[in-house]
Design a binder for this molecule. Structure first.
Ligand code: 48N
Length: 336
């Protein structure tokens, strides 16, 4: 289902503003015996002396350095191959796998929070450690997150170690752009085919027409939160043939896409997340990660709202592997 088949627009090449990201890696930085880089060791004693000063800069240079890149990214990603809604543990795991397997795809992540990561900065009830049941340790090994092996499960010493590691890998991918503090507040649709043969002539058939999802409607989250107390603040759009929604279970922003499918009559109703039962909960989320309507794949805890799956509480293996499954599904759908 390549973009040219679905939409007239071709997906233009990535627009890179500014010099190619360099950054020295371990191989090129000279370190002393204790492991700290020599340039930093030389800089340290000058901090706080007259010998120390930053390179000169003008405020407008800083402004342009940010805005040029932001608006070049907006321009390039206005036509994306895949949009991932929600940069929680499922969305980030999905973005990691997808951007690795398909560096040719332009992947856009939309995250409502200023801080990506969703519920994965803590393990549960504000405790730091994160539990993942095997075989999710396979994903931890893939991304290089250390853990303590407890037999049937593993423990990452701090959930933030998992989230920051995956996030840092995803953000370094040239084909991925994260727009955080940005909310998806609607879905772009195309008539797929009117399956309904309802006899009523009051346009109900129009409502029942099946749709294909063809992009997302976005606004800055602070704008989205103030539609009721400001004059109309219209949104922006991103076209894409495949959307992966991982917006979490119901809550202030949660379960966005599946709730929108109900309100646009693409689903009768949501079955709602059930009570906590760890054993079946994680299997169900991974096994049921799938394309719900043409062009829209749902993964992570958002899925539990559709299928009425149990919640699993403070174990995160299903989030990681649902993200892996969603990536696999997206490539299948995209290459149809
Ligand atoms: O972490 P979440 O909420 O969602 P998942 O599915 O990645 O991970 C769920 C996991 O954290 C759990 O809930 C654990 C396993 N507990 C289970 C249980 O039994 O309680 O991340 C969703 C992300 C968040 O960062 C939201 O800010 C974001 O999605 N988001 C959105 N971003 C953009 N536009 C939206 N409309 C939107 N809605 C949510």
């Amino acid at each position: 289902m390549s973009p040219s088949v679905l939409e007239p627009q071709s997906v233009p090449t990535l627009v890179n503003v500014g010099p190619k990201a360099v950054g020295k890696n371990d191989a090129t930085v000279e370190r002393d015996a204790r492991g700290l880089s020599k340039p930093l060791l030389e800089l340290m004693p000058t901090l706080g002396t007259d010998a120390f000063t930053f390179s000169p800069i003008r405020e407008s240079t800083v402004s342009r350095a940010m805005t040029r890149r932001y608006f070049a990214d907006l321009d390039a990603h206005a036509e994306s191959d895949i949009v991932i809604v929600g940069a929680g543990s499922c969305g980030l795991s999905c973005a990691y796998v997808l951007s690795t397997l398909r560096p040719d795809l332009r992947i856009t992540m939309i995250e409502a929070g200023v801080a990506p990561g969703g519920g994965a900065w803590l393990g549960g009830q504000l405790f730091s450690a994160m539990v993942m049941r095997k075989p999710a340790d396979v994903f931890l090994d893939e991304v290089g997150v250390p853990y303590e092996d407890e037999g049937d499960y593993v423990v990452v010493k701090h959930a933030a170690l998992f989230t920051s590691t995956v996030l840092s890998k995803v953000l370094q991918r040239p084909n991925v752009k994260l727009f955080n503090a940005t909310t998806v507040e609607d879905l772009i649709t195309r008539k797929h085919h009117a399956e309904s043969s309802s006899s009523s002539d009051d346009g109900e058939a129009e409502d029942e027409a099946k749709v294909r999802i063809a992009g997302v409607v976005t606004n800055w989250t602070l704008v989205s939160m103030h539609h009721d107390d400001q004059s109309c603040m219209d949104p922006n759009t991103i076209n894409a043939p495949v959307i992966i929604s991982t917006t979490g279970h119901d809550g202030p922003f949660g379960a966005f896409s599946v709730k929108r499918l109900v309100s646009m009559k693409q689903m009768e109703r949501l079955n709602g997340m059930r009570g906590l039962d760890m054993q079946p909960a994680e299997d169900a989320i991974v096994n049921n990660t799938r394309e719900i309507v043409p062009g829209l794949i749902v993964g992570g805890m958002e899925l539990s709202e559709i299928d009425g799956a149990n919640r699993m509480g403070p174990t995160f293996g299903a989030m990681a592997l649902s993200g892996v499954k969603a990536a696999h599904e997206a490539i299948r759908v995209f290459d149809l």
